[in-house]
Design a protein around this ligand. Structure first.
Ligand code: CP
Length: 649
């Protein structure tokens, strides 16, 4: 009996397109063998362990059936409470122990990144059967296998993915795979359930792929034959149905060929991934036969990874275009094929390209923890430490670290240099230094100034500072902004202010107060953290929620330079809903655009050299950061100071 090679399938990205195609060829052979009731003994003598720490019907039973059908055996731990995990045994210990009992482990676990931990600690191969909200790669194999059977190809298909796209792990694996096969994706999230930024960032940085997000009502327009929405045949074709996050006006004028949808992929509300107070099912997508009646949807198939709750009408079941039970049935031949693929590769070492970004080796005691509360590193901290690489930079104005386990990205505010024991707030001028400090293993990350100073770090010296605005000038510029907005926005009752964290949020609240004192109307006001996705939007005015739909949103920030922050804010906003209009208000316009974004309201134009930094200090923000509350804008140079100090080149 051959020993199975250590080919883990933690992500769908662990399988090349050739691997996937080979699995599908094998699945065809096994499907034929199953229908002819031909006995097989390919896996005779092999034992597979299924470790399921979360409920499952399809994945566990189809894996087990697959192994039995291949002549192998199965041992199973079908719930956490019945395993020694309930006594506090770590996942690492469990998989090491189980590796002595089995040749292959299939693991499902509630924490993001758990499958990677299992793969690292188990000497035998590990298949991920779903880890938290991260990925479910073998479900994607079943999905693609059936879709390919129905459509004959994957390249160029247009697939609308609907429902809870934030926590639906099957969706994330499917998106990665469809992107690689050259399909077009239209994301149709339920309100507030958009595809997470870490998935989008990975697609953009590693595959140059992006896709459109549309609301359910826009999808209905699209599907219903209205002429408003078109597929833009842009290159690369994956770039979108519509250029991502563009306003509808742009969409309406951009296209040539009307869209026909090839598949709807519907997912359930993932209540179990949410905080206890948020588990009640909200108003949610509901699919019935009507969705397939238009000229643009009549050829579409309806897919669902199952289990369904209320999102698919039972009346659809008898329609031949409803293929969700075929996806579930494919679980056996596809998973047989995956086991056979392992056997085929026995004795062949696996070659993988090294990740482009280096692993960041922090000095003892200086490693940050993963910001994702559901990351496995936050739950198995006795032996497991968060590991990070730099997230591939789409732009260098922000420093993002990506957790090796859960893939969530963490925005870094403060960086330090361990040898000189200096810290600095990150800006794009530091990017090159940070890369060098990573190589030297001297990068330190801090959440804030307080943490840096309590760790014995002092601030970097800056170059000479030049004050460009004092408190009076800031007050005048803010007043000018409010006056411009009042004059330009006739219906102030329809206006909401959205301040970019952190100083933009302070300015937004100041503008709200100025508008209220002059007009009696206090616009709703919220803060938006552009690095945490749509969930990073928080009301500042004591309201429970912040409405986006059909409102005129004024995005407020302290400085506009390259335009990246505003672009990212707009993209994030778009995932929350469709405003009637978006305007941009900034205290200072520095004038160096990387992308063509115009501020509608500007407090002061301050042209600066690219190498200069502008620092805006606003009293409320300074006080919250434990600094002297002061309003001041200064310009300074940093890079020269670092060069002079010889700490980095
Ligand atoms: N699709 C899927 O993963 O189903 P189970 O949760 O029943 O395994």
């Amino acid at each position: 009996m051959a020993e199975l090679p250590k080919y883990d399938v933690v992500s769908i990205e662990d399988l090349s397109l050739d691997d996937i195609e080979r699995v599908f060829t094998l699945a065809d052979e096994f499907a034929a063998a199953l229908s002819e009731k031909r006995p097989l003994n390919l896996a005779s003598g092999l034992i597979m362990a299924t470790l399921f720490y979360e409920p499952s019907t399809r994945t566990r039973l189809s894996f087990e059936s697959a192994m039995h059908r291949l002549g192998g055996s199965v041992i199973s731990s079908a719930e956490m409470a019945a395993s020694s995990a309930a006594k506090g045994e770590s996942l690492a210990d469990t998989v090491r122990v189980v590796s002595a009992y089995a040749d292959l482990i299939v693991v499902r676990h509630p924490y993001d990144g758990a499958a990677r931990v299992a793969a690292e600690y188990a000497p035998c191969p590990v298949f991920n059967a779903g880890d938290g909200s991260r990925e479910h790669p073998t479900q994607t194999l079943c999905d693609l296998y059936v879709l390919l059977k129905k459509k004959g190809h994957l390249k160029g298909l247009t697939v609308a993915i609907c429902g809870d796209l934030t926590f639906g792990r099957t969706v994330h694996s499917l998106i990665y795979a469809l992107a690689r096969f050259g399909a077009n994706i239209v994301a149709v999230p339920n309100r507030g359930m958009a595809v997470p930024d870490y998935v989008l960032a990975r697609l953009a940085a590693e595959r140059g792929y992006s896709f459109s997000t549309v609301t359910m009502s826009e999808l209905k327009s699209l599907a219903g034959g209205l002429d408003a929405l078109y597929l833009t045949p842009s290159a690369p074709h994956q770039m979108a149905l519509f250029t991502a996050d563009m306003p509808l006006d742009a969409i309406r004028t951009g296209g040539e060929a009307p869209v026909a949808l090839d598949a709807f992929y519907v997912t359930r509300f993932q209540h179990e991934r949410r905080a206890p107070g948020e588990r009640e099912r909200p108003e949610y997508v509901h699919f019935d036969a009507g969705a397939l009646k238009t000229s643009r949807t009549q050829e579409a198939v309806v897919m669902h990874p199952l289990p369904r709750t209320d999102e698919l009408a039972y009346e659809l079941d008898s329609d031949p275009r409803a293929i969700y039970f075929e996806q579930a049935a494919a679980g056996v031949p596809v998973r047989m094929a995956l086991i056979a693929w392992l056997l085929e590769n026995a004795g062949k070492p696996r070659t993988r390209p090294e990740p482009e970004q280096p692993l960041i080796r922090f000095r003892v005691g200086t490693a940050p923890r993963c910001a994702n509360a559901n990351c496995i590193t936050r739950h198995e901290g006795r032996y497991l430490h968060a590991r990070f690489r730099l997230a591939p930079a789409v732009n260098r104005t922000v420093l993002m670290l990506r957790c090796e386990f859960c893939e969530r990205e963490v925005k870094v505010e403060y960086v330090g240099h361990a040898r000189s024991r200096r810290y600095y707030r990150f800006d794009e001028g530091l990017y090159g230094y940070v890369r060098q400090w990573i190589d030297e293993q001297s990068l330190v990350i801090f959440d804030d100034v307080k943490q840096a100073e309590e760790s014995g770090y002092g601030p970097y010296r800056r170059g000479p500072q030049r004050e460009v605005m004092n408190a009076d000038e800031i007050a005048r510029a803010t007043g000018a902004l409010a006056a411009q907005m009042i004059a330009d926005l006739p219906d102030l009752a329809a206006v909401s202010l959205l301040g970019v964290v952190s100083r933009g949020a302070v300015l937004a609240m100041r503008l709200r107060e100025l508008i209220r004192s002059q007009t009696g109307i206090a616009p709703p006001c919220a803060a938006l953290d552009v690095h945490t996705g749509p969930e990073g939007l928080h009301p500042l005015d004591g309201s429970e929620s912040f409405e986006v739909e059909d409102r005129t949103i004024v995005l407020v920030d302290d400085v506009i330079n390259s335009g990246w922050t505003v672009q990212r804010a707009m993209a994030t906003l778009w995932k929350r809903g469709r405003p009637a209009a978006v305007k941009v208000a900034v205290l200072i316009d520095r004038g160096h655009r990387a992308i063509p974004i115009r501020a509608n309201y500007v407090g002061k134009n301050i042209p600066t050299a690219r190498a200069e930094r502008v620092m805006v200090r606003l009293g409320e923000h300074e006080a919250a950061a434990g600094q002297k509350p002061i309003d001041r804008v200064v310009i300074y140079s940093l890079v020269e100071t670092l060069k002079q100090s010889g700490e980095a080149g």
